[in-house]
Design a protein around this ligand. Structure first.
Ligand code: 5GP
Length: 180
């Protein structure tokens, strides 16, 4: 992909190259392999954005584990209950299991906060969070992020699974928006 990438009406600058991503993903997989050995965690991949990160990470996770996928509704429509709606839901019994939710990016954390609540009602032993990217300025430590690759500034990024209006998910590098 080019150093500057035009998607629709916006320009994006190359920000984190795939070699750097792979190095962090490998470090994370080593940690997970150590910390969750013998526990048989269930990884819950949040679609669509986390598909590339999850694929890279889970190829490097060598312990016994299961993998499931969910698709969550955007949080705008679900304010009152505080429970995020699952478009593709979790159809497994997770009672007593260690769950690791795999996300592409945690921004305000609102989506995950609500999904964690939904998961908790299913009585897992614990819920951990793994994310490729975290925007600490927006997130403000709302709950623990157990595993992350990169903390980034509060700017819009695309690539490595993340989209701008449906475009840009297919890049192996991460790009940051050029403002103005
Ligand atoms: P949150 O609930 O943590 O604020 O963010 C929810 C969702 O917003 C993320 O899972 C992601 O889909 C989207 N999002 C947040 N920041 C970005 C960004 O910089 N780029 C893209 N493409 N999506 C983002």
């Amino acid at each position: 992909m080019p150093d500057i990438w035009k998607l629709k009406d916006k320009n994006f600058d190359k920000f984190i190259v795939n070699d750097d991503i792979q190095a962090k993903v490998s470090e994370l997989a080593i940690r997970i392999n150590k910390e969750l050995e013998g526990i048989k965690p269930l990884f819950v991949v949040v679609l669509n954005g986390a598909f590339i990160f999850a694929s890279d990470l889970l190829k490097k996770v060598t312990i016994d584990c299961e993998i499931a996928f969910v698709k969550l509704s955007s949080y705008q429509g679900t304010q009152s209950s505080g429970v995020v709606q699952q478009i593709i839901g979790l159809d497994l019994d997770i009672k007593g299991r260690t769950i690791v939710v795999i996300e592409d990016i945690v921004d305000t954390g609102l989506t995950l906060e609500r999904f964690r609540k939904t998961l908790r009602e299913m009585e897992p032993a614990e819920v951990r969070i793994a994310t490729c990217l975290l925007k600490p300025d927006a997130f403000k430590n709302k709950f623990p992020i157990d595993y992350k690759c990169f903390s980034i500034p509060n700017e819009f990024v695309v690539g490595y699974g993340l989209d701008y209006d449906g475009l840009g998910r297919n890049s192996s590098d991460i790009y940051k928006i050029v403002e103005g």
